[in-house]
Design a protein around this ligand. Structure first.
Ligand SMILES: Cc1cc2nc3c(=O)[nH]c(=O)nc-3n(C[C@H](O)[C@H](O)[C@H](O)COP(=O)(O)OP(=O)(O)OC[C@H]3O[C@@H](n4cnc5c(N)ncnc54)[C@H](O)[C@@H]3O)c2cc1C
Length: 504
């Protein structure tokens, strides 16, 4: 008999910037989180917000739209950029300490795709850790938020409404029933062999939402960060975009700059363009390095990057840093409206696991911490109005109870195929090869919880990428290198609900 616990308030799965923002906005809530850290802790560059006198939410919205490949939804973007100043104020009121000048004004960084300086940061390049410190302290001090630890493996349905989750601890399963469920489980970068995402960022929430039939969106759109440190580490250490904002240059092995051949903004071109330029450097048998030697006070301003580089014997003030693109941010995910509502009653999604159209086909740098803060607050307000105590028979996918958690070597094969064939340069032939290879691995992958997630998601990424026979934002097809106006729309997928069995 599986243990069933009835919670008397909404349950939030995930405790990154998005999940904790929801929790802090509700009168009462529960969070449940896997032990591995999500991406928020690792965020370096900062939070974009229109704060300076030469900036405005409209300008920030226009920058967001212009890198989005025409797919961002302007009313959702406006909500994001209008909320910037209030989100920063709120974090400051919770005790977050951002970098300031001698007069106490917030220091604003410059990043690619932004027309002006608007990136708030902490401890130079440790913004995510400071955001998490402030949010976690507020949650710990709250008497109305209860934090649980557990790996959620599936959603529970009662009377066609999401009404809880199944958590796993080894072979033990527990059912948590709740009047509303919010998924805030982060992105899916671990689908790729080269990624900046920490080990917990496996796309679990997206896969489990799909299994109960929630609509998914824009699954082909993965953002590859141009500059991860190429030094044999997994995850690959990120060399924040802010470095290029502060004057670091991309150079070939002879120290010659190459970005001006690809875009008028050179090193500050949108991420997808910089990432592909670096890829082509390697493809031509050359290489790519970040030259940070002209960045003033480097060690003091970029302590996180300094520590990563020194750990592999490189000092950024003396050495060129070898770089490679790496999967970094997932624009695809659970289709959600501007209040985080999904296509299934009782289920909300927020943060990187959601796809609201706020980023379209390509995310503007430093917009995702802001997304978690702004939409987290909106989800909290909406969830507060729609709660139903689950009274009927709970149902869940059968596999939730049968499978071991940890995946075997087949998952590493899958990650390599995704990098080789479904990475930043895609072709129809390569995508078909990836599809066939993933199907060969399918039966082995499906023997574990982690493998099942990866099999489902990777196939959806491949099929969406095959269907989009054009290039747009993070999705680049070498066989269709131009955007096709007829395909200027989001990709929506309605997965078939898997068979559910009575539980509890
Ligand atoms: C190295 C790096 C640097 C970045 N720098 C920036 C930046 O400077 N600015 C910016 O805006 N963005 C940046 N990003 C992106 C940004 O950090 C993320 O998009 C954002 O933090 C996502 O927040 P989230 O709350 O949606 O998810 P996360 O912070 O990833 O949190 C997900 C949570 O869900 C939990 N979880 C996952 N699966 C399960 C499960 N099955 N059961 C239970 N719990 C689960 C995790 O444990 C975690 O608590 C960066 C990302 C990386 C990796």
């Amino acid at each position: 008999m599986t243990n069933v616990t009835h919670l008397d308030a909404p349950l939030i799965v995930g405790a990154g910037v998005a999940g904790l923002s929801v929790a802090l906005g509700l009168d009462r809530s529960f969070t449940v989180t896997a032990p591995e850290m999500g991406s928020t802790w690792w965020a370096q560059g900062g939070i974009a917000a229109a704060l300076s006198s030469d900036d405005s939410p409209e300008l920030h919205a226009s920058d967001t739209l212009s890198v989005s490949g025409g797919l961002a939804v302007s009313k959702v973007v406006e909500i994001l950029t209008d909320g910037g100043a209030a989100a920063i104020e709120r974090l400051v009121s919770l005790g977050a300490e951002f970098d300031r000048d001698d007069e106490g004004n917030l220091l604003l960084g410059q990043e690619g795709g932004h027309q002006t300086r608007r990136v708030v940061h902490a401890d130079g390049d440790a913004t995510g850790a400071e955001v998490m410190r402030a949010l976690t302290a507020a949650v710990d001090a709250s008497e109305t938020i209860e934090s649980l630890e557990g790996r959620v493996v599936d959603l529970v349905i009662v009377d066609d409404r999401v009404a809880g989750v199944v958590t796993a601890d080894g072979k033990k399963r527990t059912i948590l029933l709740a009047p509303a469920v919010v998924l805030a489980t982060g992105g899916a970068g671990r689908l790729y062999a080269r990624t900046t995402n920490p080990v917990g960022v496996t796309g679990d929430g997206i896969a489990m939402a799909g299994r109960v039939g929630a609509r998914l969106a824009d699954m082909e759109f993965v953002q590859f960060h141009p500059t991860a440190l190429l030094a044999g580490k997994d995850p690959m250490p990120l060399l924040t975009e802010a470095l290029r904002g502060e004057g670091a240059k991309l150079v070939d092995p002879h120290g010659r700059r190459f970005m001006d051949r690809y875009h008028p903004k050179a090193e500050l071109a949108p991420r997808d363009i910089v990432a592909r330029a670096i890829f082509w450097q390697y493809d031509r048998g050359s290489g790519a390095y970040l030259d940070c030697r002209n960045v003033l006070n480097f060690h003091e301003r970029f302590p996180t990057v300094t520590a990563h580089a020194l750990s592999v014997g490189l000092d950024p003030t003396e050495h060129l840093l070898p770089v490679s693109p790496a999967a970094h941010y997932y624009m695809g995910g659970i289709d959600a409206d501007a209040n985080g509502r999904t296509s299934v009653a009782g289920l909300w999604a927020v943060g990187e696991c959601s796809s609201t159209g706020v980023h379209g086909a390509n995310r503007l740098a430093s917009n995702s911490l802001l997304e978690g803060l702004v939409f987290g607050a909106r989800v909290a307000a909406d969830v507060g109005h729609d709660q139903v105590d689950p009274a009927g028979q709970p149902m869940a996918p059968k596999e939730a109870f049968d499978l071991p958690l940890v995946a075997g070597p087949a998952l590493e094969d899958l990650r390599q195929i995704m990098w080789d064939r479904v990475g930043l340069i895609r072709t129809g032939d390569g995508l078909w090869e990836a599809r066939n290879h993933i199907l060969e691995l399918d039966s082995v992958l499906r023997r574990t919880v982690a493998g099942r997630v990866a099999a489902d998601l990777s196939l959806m990424v491949v099929l969406a990428a095959l269907r989009r026979s054009e290039s747009r934002g993070g999705h680049y097809r070498a066989d269709y290198p131009e955007p096709d106006p007829i395909q200027e729309h989001r990709t929506l997928i309605d997965p078939t609900q898997v068979d559910l069995v009575p539980v509890g």
